[in-house]
Design a protein around this ligand. Structure first.
Ligand SMILES: Nc1ncnc2c1ncn2[C@@H]1O[C@H](COP(=O)(O)OP(=O)(O)OP(=O)(O)O)[C@@H](O)[C@H]1O
Length: 393
């Protein structure tokens, strides 16, 4: 696979090495089988089973303390498992030390040696492997060229920008030709603009090499923009494994719907579930104070406590009270508490008239302006059952 001509790493040579010469190892898949990790009385990970196919960008996403770093460190070998198995390329690596797992780790703070030059920093892992000098020189030169930083080889890390330090950390991780690269919050030290640019570069290099990348992040947007597969974690468990598009369309639980942000969630009791032609059920929920709401989903029984959610962009807002509306859509009346113009999109915060529940609607600014929305107005919000995701837990 040749390095594409439009790569954005600056100052790369005119004849960059191809990624296949720089990284000759094939990517490996990673799997966890019923993995549990306990620190004394604290259970950080409980019975986690996961498959990460070779060559994908996978993000472990979740709030602080949910166990993402622990999961990553067990894969890399920096942490042992209490029970269960970690498989790399189908082989159980529980007993293999980190250095023997054919993986590399890129740390949050880059962990560059401040007293060593860029060149020496990148060379370090190869030296530890006992690689002969001539081969080391060739490898380091190739990878520095590839990340466009060969001209910084003699500098110390503090003489580099944040983005350049990040690229050196990446080069140092890639130079050992790992089958899996693990990244622990690699962008968190960067400012917002650089973070967005560097995540594009990370994604690009992962695709170029076809390597398996596993990244820990608590940034929803970052996980969405980088991943082929997102693993949403909650209190040491996996709540959902999905592509970004699937996660956006159909969060699997109240926790996921909340964590990925801005969904309107209604808790209620299932009244009935009617099978539809597409294999999904049309589920009628009784929501206290609001009445019946219709959602689409599967696997529920009447009488079950459950919830449903709808994205803020899938609501339709109409001026005026909805009390007499007989349409088949879900309809509730709400009062606008804030209209926030954020650019092309306007965010409208509301309170449900019947219950006082906070709600959010987003719409194109041009549409918000034509509706002349203002704080204090009473409006109706409508949405179809197809856009309303049933949440069993
Ligand atoms: N060495 C340790 N000793 C005891 N408890 C630990 C240790 N490391 C982690 N834990 C606990 O295990 C749980 C999971 O921690 P972990 O660092 O994996 O979470 P995280 O999702 O990566 O959080 P963050 O985003 O804040 O880094 C937490 O309750 C944490 O306090």
């Amino acid at each position: 696979m040749a390095v594409s001509a439009d790569r954005s790493f600056p100052a790369a040579s005119q004849n960059p090495p191809s990624s296949s010469t720089v990284l000759s190892e094939a990517a490996a898949g990673v799997a966890l089988r019923s993995v549990t990790k306990k620190y004394g009385s604290v259970t950080a990970i409980e019975n986690m089973t996961l498959d990460i196919p070779a060559g994908i960008y996978c993000c472990l996403l979740g709030p602080s303390g949910c166990g993402k770093t622990t999961a990553l460190r067990m894969i890399s070998g920096h942490e042992s498992v209490t029970s269960g198995q970690v498989l790399i390329d189908g082989e159980c690596v529980n007993e293999l030390p980190a250095a023997k797992r054919n993986t590399a780790m890129m740390f949050q703070n880059y962990a560059l040696f401040p007293h060593k030059t860029v060149w020496q920093n990148v060379e370090f892992g190869l030296k530890m492997q006992g690689m002969p000098k001539a081969e080391r020189q060739q490898r380091v030169n190739e990878i520095l060229d590839l990340v466009g930083l060969d001209h910084t080889a003699k500098r110390k890390p503090h003489q580099l920008s944040g983005g350049q330090q990040q690229r050196i950390a990446l080069a140092r991780a890639l130079v050992t030709r790992p089958k899996v690269l693990m990244l622990d919050e690699p962008l968190s030290a960067l400012d917002e603009n650089l973070r967005v640019r560097m995540r594009g570069e990370l994604r690009k290099i992962q695709k170029q090499f076809g390597l398996t990348f596993i990244q820990v992040t608590h940034h929803v947007e970052e996980a969405f923009s980088l991943s082929d597969q997102i693993v949403v974690m909650n209190h040491g468990h996996i709540d959902q494994v999905a592509t970004p598009a699937e996660l956006f369309k159909a969060p699997a639980s109240k926790f996921v719907a909340r964590f990925i942000g801005d969904n309107n969630i209604f808790a209620g009791k299932v009244l009935d579930a009617t099978p539809q032609a597409d294999g999904q059920d049309l589920i009628k929920l009784d929501v206290e104070g609001i009445g019946a709401l219709y959602a689409t989903g599967n696997g529920t029984q009447p009488g079950t406590e459950a919830a449903c959610c709808v994205r803020p962009d899938l609501l339709t807002l109409e001026r005026g009270d909805a009390a007499t509306d007989q349409s088949p859509l879900n309809t509730i009346t709400a009062r606008i508490t804030q209209v926030e113009l954020t650019g092309f999109v306007t965010r409208v915060a509301l309170l449900a008239t019947a219950t006082g529940q906070p709600l959010l609607h987003t719409l194109r600014t041009v549409d918000a302006q034509s509706l002349a929305l203002q704080e204090g107005q009473t409006v109706s919000l409508k949405w179809s059952a197809n856009d309303c995701v049933f949440l069993a837990h």
